[in-house]
Design a binder for this molecule. Structure first.
Ligand code: CA
Length: 221
């Protein structure tokens, strides 16, 4: 899962990027509104963490533009502005959640998981498919109830495919979710990760859709 973090405070931005990477996300961090707007027009993100007081383009204006373009990426506003009127404005402009600084990193992580759940139309915190279960809060994958250790990117890849079970997820979408701008992408790594996941969790879990991407088949009861 890939997050765009828009935060102009360098210390906070750096700390947040590191913490969210530890949570397993690919995190791109930008410090001003205009650059972020440009990135949002070319790249796909799973979540947006948005400060309001930003140089260039203020956070609220960026949010308005985003929703006007019918970009429905889940947005969490993270700001020092704690007046009820600011919260109301943020939520009414299309934010999905609002957290006031100073905040607890575990609470932020839990709220981001909740946003991903809502986006996927889920209530259960655990994603499951046949004998495979993925628990985002515990960073755990289980096969028939037994934990299977997965490296960060394989976990992330499986998470995205399970969120979209029954739909084909394109190669480019998967690549985008796995890598931030700072990571080098080798063209065949996606295949390698898929191969590893099948070996660990069963050949039939992930189907290749030739020329398009991959899918976890929808469950038929
Ligand atoms: Ca700020």
């Amino acid at each position: 899962m890939r997050i765009l973090l828009i935060e102009d405070d360098p210390l906070l931005g750096e700390g947040l990027q590191a913490s969210l990477q530890l949570e397993g996300y690919a995190v791109d961090w930008l410090q001003d509104g205009e650059t972020a707007w440009a990135a949002l027009r070319t790249d796909t993100f799973d979540l947006l963490v948005l400060d309001l007081g930003l140089p260039g383009l203020p956070g609220l204006e960026l949010l308005q533009r985003l929703r006007r373009q019918e970009n429905d990426v889940p947005v969490l506003i993270l700001t020092a502005r704690d007046a009820p009127a600011d919260r109301v404005a943020g939520l009414d402009q299309g934010a999905d959640d609002y957290l006031v600084k100073p905040f607890d990193i575990d609470e932020l992580a839990a709220r981001l998981r909740a946003l991903l759940r809502r986006r996927g139309g889920r209530r259960s915190p655990v994603l499951s498919h046949g004998p495979v279960e993925l628990d985002p809060a515990r960073h755990e994958v289980r096969l028939r109830g037994k934990p299977v250790a997965l490296p960060r990117r394989e976990f992330s890849l499986l998470h995205l495919l399970l969120e979209h079970a029954g739909q084909v997820v394109s190669r480019s979408r998967l690549q985008e979710a796995l890598y931030g701008w700072e990571d080098d992408v080798e063209s065949n790594t996606l295949e390698v990760y898929i191969h590893h996941l099948r070996r660990r969790l069963g050949r039939d879990l992930i189907q290749t859709v030739r020329g398009v991407g991959y899918m976890v088949p929808g469950e038929s009861g």
